[in-house]
Design a protein around this ligand. Structure first.
Ligand code: NAD
Length: 542
């Protein structure tokens, strides 16, 4: 086909409200009933073939121990090896498809998700990962759609980058998908992240082995089916939920392992990187390692901070999705003068947050993901309540009777090095250190040096000098920095997301910086007037 073909200019998918009386609410409620009543039997999928290994695990709802949604089949090393062989085979044809055909599959998936698949993906995320309707909507519907539409647009932009050509020569760059396969390993907390980790390398022509989190198998499975319906050929992405250790070993000892697209905890990413290092001589090519990992995200308030805005940002930024966002605020530094003005309001707002089952739309927070998370988080809460150096001033209660529920908790940490100020807790716990108003400068140093992470952070200041100080002094403390706003809720195309230090490789999910990692450029020089003599003109006789 001839013609300079461009994908349609993307716009962010509008967020539906789900207010009482809206059609989307009716549709979502029906999908929630249907998923709750189902008895799913989710297979491993290799080359489009459903494989039931017989090693089954239950599909659980974190907020309701009594709810059984069915089972999923675990893959292991053997299935992973089969899936890799199949992916390599499928990639051969897929990589040779014209770009517009590959892009069209993902644009179609975005369209389907915006319409017929929206309620199903949202309902699966709400029940399987315990999210409110709004949190599911901004994740499994809108962000996934944005990843696909903006991803295709950004890829177009990359392909436009071409070298200059001198007279008689035509230089060009061909953007080849990585040779081999990409291993996509996704976390539990965002359905959209799974879709992006597997989908983006596939969009630009790679073959992908996708291992979703065991806590997000339901939504990941529907995402896979969505892509299939949109026309993704079998095997381009193989769906292998299962044993992380066995699957990873099979993937990382394979000579065709060409890239890791990971989001999850820092410890796991570091262990995967170590394995790659150990195996480096086995590989046909140097693997691309892209990982977005943990955070200890901060809010720092200047004495000039707007009190109502600060208090709102602390509540929303810390407790939405139970604080289980990599970007969730989990430490705040507030000057004493401001603290005296917001403390009561902050405690009252936190204690007023409604908690319970996500299918009851009145709730603001739901359950944390599993027993392990519940035990870890409540351990921090108990130790903070016991002191010394800390006290619990809101929340602090929890129960695992019906589901893994932990009240949104505010810890007041007199000790700025208290564990709640330093560790990624990944739950509904916000730790606040109150500093003397005249210690603004020292406090910025403390924010910068307290944690090994550098994912998100926010400054609240009405005084421009406060904003400038924070921007300068915290330059390397966050990959996503917010001024007078909560540090969560990054939108694809608007705030490219990712952090450095122990928070990841900062390849900015949903941006051209990320997409370029799945491409291996080939430079082609064509000489239109090749020389025919060996001697150069300077060698001529005088
Ligand atoms: P996790 O590290 O437990 O799991 C992530 C993935 O790694 C899962 O698919 C899991 O099965 C796999 N895994 C676990 N152990 C493994 C092993 N030994 N070998 C190979 N694979 C293994 O993380 P999680 O609990 O699913 O997610 C929460 C973490 O993810 C938090 O640390 C959070 O900050 C981080 N996160 C970061 C971002 C970001 O953009 N920076 C976004 C979301 C989540």
């Amino acid at each position: 086909m001839s013609g300079t073909i461009r994908v349609p200019p993307p716009v962010n998918e509008p967020v539906l409200s789900y207010a009482p009386g809206t059609p989307e609410r009716t549709e979502l409620k029906a999908a929630l009933r249907s998923i709750s009543d189902q008895d799913a039997d989710i297979p491993v999928i290799i080359g489009g073939e459903e494989i039931r290994t017989g090693r089954t695990r239950p599909l659980l709802a974190p907020h309701d121990h009594g709810l059984r949604l069915g089972v999923w089949h675990e893959a292991g090393a053997e299935e992973a090896r089969r899936a890799i062989a199949n992916t390599l085979e499928a990639r051969r044809e897929w990589a040779s498809w014209p770009w517009e055909d590959r892009a069209a599959v993902f644009l179609k998936a975005a369209e389907l998700l915006s319409t017929s698949w929206r309620a199903t993906l949202n309902a699966a995320t709400m029940i399987g990962q315990s999210k409110t309707a709004f949190q599911a909507e901004i994740d499994s519907a809108c962000e996934t759609i944005d990843f696909f539409r903006f991803g295709a647009h950004f890829a177009d932009g990359i392909f436009d980058h071409q070298p200059v050509s001198e007279k008689g020569v035509w230089n060009r760059i061909e953007y080849r998908p990585l040779e081999g396969f990409v291993y996509a390993v996704s976390p539990f907390n965002f359905t959209a992240i799974g879709a992006n980790l597997a989908g983006t390398p596939a969009m630009v022509g790679c073959g992908v082995l996708w291992k979703p989190s065991k806590h997000a198998v339901l939504s990941a499975y529907y995402n896979y089916r969505l892509l299939e319906e949109a026309g993704l050929p079998p095997g381009v992405i193989n769906f292998v939920p299962g044993d992380p250790v066995g699957i990873t070993a099979a993937a990382m000892e394979h000579p065709d392992f060409a890239g890791l697209h990971f989001t999850g905890s820092t410890g796991v990413f570091q262990s995967l990187w170590t394995t790659v290092g150990r195996n480096i001589a086995r590989y046909r090519t140097y693997p691309r390692l892209v990982g977005e990992t943990g955070g200890k995200d901060f809010i720092v308030a200047h004495p000039s901070a707007d009190r109502a805005a600060l208090s709102t940002a602390i509540v929303r930024g810390s407790f939405e999705y139970q604080g289980q966002k990599c970007s969730a605020a989990s430490r705040a530094y507030v000057p004493a003068s401001v603290w005296n003005g917001i403390r009561d309001d902050l405690v009252a707002r936190t204690d007023a947050l409604a908690m319970g089952d996500p299918t009851d739309f009145r709730n603001f927070v739901n359950a944390v993901i599993d027993r392990g998370a519940f035990d870890t988080i409540t351990g921090y809460v108990d130790r903070a309540a016991a002191g010394p150096g800390s006290e619990v001033i809101a929340g602090g209660a929890y129960s695992d009777r019906e589901g893994f529920f932990i009240r949104p908790t505010l810890v007041l940490a007199a000790d700025p090095a208290h564990e709640t100020m330093c560790d990624e807790i990944f739950g509904p716990v916000m730790s606040i250190h109150v500093y003397p108003d005249d210690k603004w400068s020292e406090t910025l140093d403390m924010v910068d040096s307290t944690s090994p992470y550098a994912l998100t952070g926010a400054v609240f200041s009405q005084d421009r000098r406060g904003v400038r100080d924070a921007l300068e002094r915290l330059k390397n403390a966050a990959g996503n920095f917010y001024i007078n706003d909560k540090p969560t809720g990054a939108v694809v195309g608007q705030q490219p997301f990712g952090g450095a230090r122990a928070s990841g490789t900062n390849d900015k999910a949903g941006s051209a910086y990320n997409i370029v990692r799945w491409l291996s450029p080939r430079t082609i020089k064509e000489n239109l007037a090749p020389p025919t003599s060996v001697e150069y003109p300077f060698m001529g006789a005088e």
